[in-house]
Each structure stands twice: as C-alpha cells, then as structure tokens.
Design a protein around this ligand. Structure first.
Ligand SMILES: [Zn+2]
Length: 504
C-alpha cells in the first residue's frame, strides 16, 4: 500500500513565486504519496476522492512549503556560546581555531532540531574545516541529519592558501616573532596537499553516503581567497564528475573584495567566471560586497546567492544589496550561518529581520525595501536554488518533495488582523516558533502538535551541555593561548582603526 497523507489548511501557499496575485488556495489540501506531492486542490474534493487517508491540518492553519536555511554550519553550540565574542570577521575567524571540539553528531542534531522547530525542512550544511578525516566526520554528520529527519545538502570544505590574512602564508608567518611562528605552524598542521588530491579526498568521503533520499552533497571551496585557482578548477571538475554542485563563502568582507582586485586585477566574480567555476549548480554565501557588475555575472551564469543578514551584522561586514540582486535577476536565498541575532537558529525571526533591513533611506540611491513576498520567496524557492534543489523543494506542486509546514494562522492573527492583509505579510510579520504546528519532510511528519515526533529536546540539550562543557585540558589551554595571540596580530593588521575621539 502506498503511504499517503493529506495536508489541509484554510490557506495553502503552493508557489511563493506567484504571490501576491496567485500561488495560494483557500480551503485547500495537498495529497502526499510516497514522499512527494501527488495532488493539490480544494480540500472538499481531495477528501471525497481519497477517503481514509490520514489528515493533518485544519481551516485555522496556513500550509507553506518547508523553509530552506541556505547557508549554515550544522553547529548546535555556536562559537558565541563557546565563548568567542562577536567582532570583525578576520580576527573572529582566527578565534574559531581556539574553540574546544564538541561532539559533532550531537551538535548537528541539535542544530537540525532547532531548524525544524522554526519550519526549516532543508539545511545547507557547509561543514566547517576540522582536523579529523572527512570520512569519520561525515559518518557522524550524516547520521545526525538522518536521525533529525531534515533534508540536508552537506558541503565538504576544501582550501589551500591564505589561512591567516589575505596574503601568502609564508609572507605572513615571516613577520611573526619566532616563538609565535613556531606555535602557529604547529597549530596549522601540515601544509595542504596538491589541489587534485584535495578534491579527490572530498570526493572519496562523499561516495559511501550517496543515494540517500534526504541527503545530497556539494564541494565547498571555503572561499575564493582561501583557494588557489588550480584548486577551484579541480573542485569544479570533480563536482561535475560527481553530479554535485559547489557552495562557497564569497565577498563577505571588504578586505576579501580588495584581495581579489590585488591578486587578479579584476573582481572576484569576474575571476571566478574566467575560471569557469560559476553556474546554476553554484551558490555563494554572503556576497555583502558584491558590485552591480558582479550581480550581472551571477544573473548571466545562473549562480545563486545566500543572504546572511544576522551574521553580517554581528561580524560587522555590512548589508548585502538584496534588492539590487533581485532586480538584476539573481536568485537569492536566506541562510542563518549559525549566527542569528539571538543565536537561536530561528529562520522565522531571520525572515523578519531581512524584511526590515533593506528599507533605510540612502544618500546616493533610492531606498531598496523588500516586500514580504520577496522574503517568503527567498526562504523557499530562492533557498531551493541555493541548496541546489530547484524543482525538488520550495513549492507544493505535484512532483515536488512533500516538505511542508503547518502554522497556526488564527493564533498569528489574534486578537485581530485585517482580513485583507496578504498572507506573506502575516507570515513574515507575525510567525514565530510557537505558531509552528507541524513540519513534514518527504511526506513524514517530524513535528506534530508543536512537538518533535522522534526526539526529546530536553534530553538532547542535556547531552549536548555535557559534551560542550567538558573541562579544557592542558593542550586545549595551550592552543587557546596561541590562537588569542595570533588573533591579536590579525586584528591589528585587518581592522581599520576608528579616529581617536576628542572632546566629551
Ligand atoms: Zn558561513
């Protein structure tokens, strides 16, 4: 017997790209069969045709496609929670090296559960670089995603240059006092292997995990400034061979933009295009410092961008020109980057921030506000492109994966909201975790009546607290001290100093 489920709601958002004029059904339903949407239509018609099918939802709910967190690192205990304070990006990145390791399975599981509770059904997991071999780490991380029940794109990190500042490593290390240089060299481990060997290592690690319904893979050149041209080309070719895509951090800070100009005499995106790296199977996180010419390159190559609003504010890099990107025809998703304002992986709150962030008046250009429909599209169909799952998730149309979220519309509207308020507006302005009633991934409910089906959240939290609260050993303390010293050097060389304040 085929597995069927009927999802019904007072309002069903079937295709966010058609909002506000279309893309919704009143008193609608979605029939799920074998993990995919089989039929969409009026609830009355579907219930009479498919009697005896289990039903989830009610006329007081709104049903939307599952949200896509299009750039994240699968971390349940964020750097801030581990004691790393927010500051400018470059020294903050060095600070990551000094953080204690936390059980990666528990960490990713907790991250997934928090995402599911806020209506995220697909997560792009840019795996952070780490000392352990890929295969061991992927065993734990893919098991966490499977156990959580979330859909995940795991992107394996690869890099081979400019690990400290935007200059060759030898050049930077030569400027350090001998004692610190030796300590940093030890900390950094052996020099990276040759580009093709690095690409092959990642490809081999992916191989045993392919073919799982909710898991897909990408290669993750961590950023153009951290990868040689040879490596970028090797990863592009390897990704093509694997039928996987590429996911990169890109143009996150002004210094990264300047680095491309210095090394290549052109813009980052022009250089990536010259290398043949870009395409519809490539997504770029951040792009805070992207220029209009570079947006045109994204549009012409079909490369998508992920907006990381909270992270960019917390790490003081700026605000991505989202309106300009959308107007240029670029697909944009939303990512949490394990760095939301409240450090809580709350996609619904992030959507609210994105909707409010871009309307401020500007001196040189008109304000560039986003509509609620823009934001909902970014969190669904836009994210689907950035997760390299376009045509698979992001809409509730026949053939799509049955990834969906039921939210309590009456509770969002209470005590009164004008009935003409568009549904996207209600969702972006009002929806919070408490309104999420059910989350379905691949036709399977992973959250029902506001509670996770297969996990005791408190128990996972308690286990993670023990794993993260492990007392640091002598080696951990030594490492943290070296990193602190190194971060101070990087901070001094990369952070512009504010002019000295005079007067009161
Ligand atoms: Zn990131």
């Amino acid at each position: 017997m085929s597995r069927e489920l009927l999802l019904s709601a007072g309002v069903v958002v079937t295709d966010p790209d058609l909002l506000p004029g279309g893309g919704t059904l009143t008193d609608g339903a979605v029939l799920v069969r074998e993990g995919r949407v089989a039929e969409v239509g009026p609830r009355a018609a579907l219930t009479s045709r498919h009697t005896g099918v289990q039903e989830l939802g009610s006329p007081s709910h709104v049903l939307i496609p599952g949200l896509v967190n299009a750039h994240d690192h699968g971390i349940g205990v964020s750097p801030w929670r581990l004691g790393l304070r927010d500051e400018t990006l470059e020294p903050w990145l060095i600070g990551l090296w000094g953080l204690p390791p936390v059980d990666e399975y528990l960490s990713a599981l907790w991250c997934d559960l928090q995402n599911l509770r806020a209506g995220v059904t697909t997560i792009v997991h840019a795996v952070p670089p780490g000392p352990q071999p890929f295969d061991e780490r992927l065993d734990a991380l893919t098991r966490a995603h499977r156990d959580a029940g979330i859909r995940a794109l795991c992107a394996l990190p690869v890099a081979d240059q400019q690990r400290f500042v935007y200059a060759p490593d030898e050049e930077f290390l030569a400027t350090l006092p001998r004692r610190l240089r030796d300590a940093v060299l030890e900390l950094g481990g052996p020099p990276p292997a040759a580009p093709q060997a690095l690409a092959e290592q990642a490809a081999r690690a992916i191989e045993p995990h392919r073919g799982q319904e909710r898991l897909s893979f990408a290669l993750h050149p961590t950023g153009p400034q951290w990868c040689s041209d040879e490596l970028l080309v090797a990863l592009r070719r390897t990704a093509e061979r694997l039928g996987a895509g590429l996911h990169l951090h890109c143009l996150e800070s002004r210094l990264q933009r300047d680095d491309a100009a210095r090394r290549h005499g052109t813009s980052t995106l022009a250089h990536l295009e010259d290398l043949g790296v870009l395409g519809p199977d490539v997504s770029l996180a951040h792009c805070t410092w992207i220029t209009p010419d570079e947006l045109a390159i994204c549009a012409s190559t079909g490369t998508s961008i992920v907006h990381n609003a909270s992270s960019n504010l917390r790490l003081r890099v700026g605000v991505m020109p989202v309106r300009e990107a959308l107007d240029a025809g670029v697909t944009v998703g939303i990512g949490l980057d394990n760095c939301t304002l409240a450090d809580d992986e709350d996609m619904l709150a992030e959507m609210r921030l994105v909707s409010a962030l871009h309307g401020a008046p500007r001196d040189d250009r008109p304000p560039a506000p986003l509509g609620a429909e823009d934001v909902l599209r970014m969190a669904t169909t836009g994210g689907a492109c950035a997760a390299l799952l376009d045509g698979e998730v992001g809409r509730l149309l026949p053939g799509y994966r049955a990834d969906a979220v039921l939210l309590d519309l009456d509770a969002m509207r209470m005590p009164y909201t004008h009935p003409a308020t568009p549904i996207a507006d209600v969702l972006v302005r009002r929806a919070g975790r408490d309104h999420v009633s059910a989350v379905v991934v691949g036709g399977e409910p992973v959250l029902r009546d506001g509670r996770l089906v297969a996990h005791d959240e408190q128990a996972v939290s308690a286990r993670l607290a023990v794993a993260a609260g492990r007392k640091p050993g002598a080696e951990d303390r030594r490492r943290a001290a070296v990193v602190e010293e190194l971060a101070a050097v990087v901070r001094a060389r990369t952070t512009p100093q504010a002019p000295e304040r005079t007067g009161p």
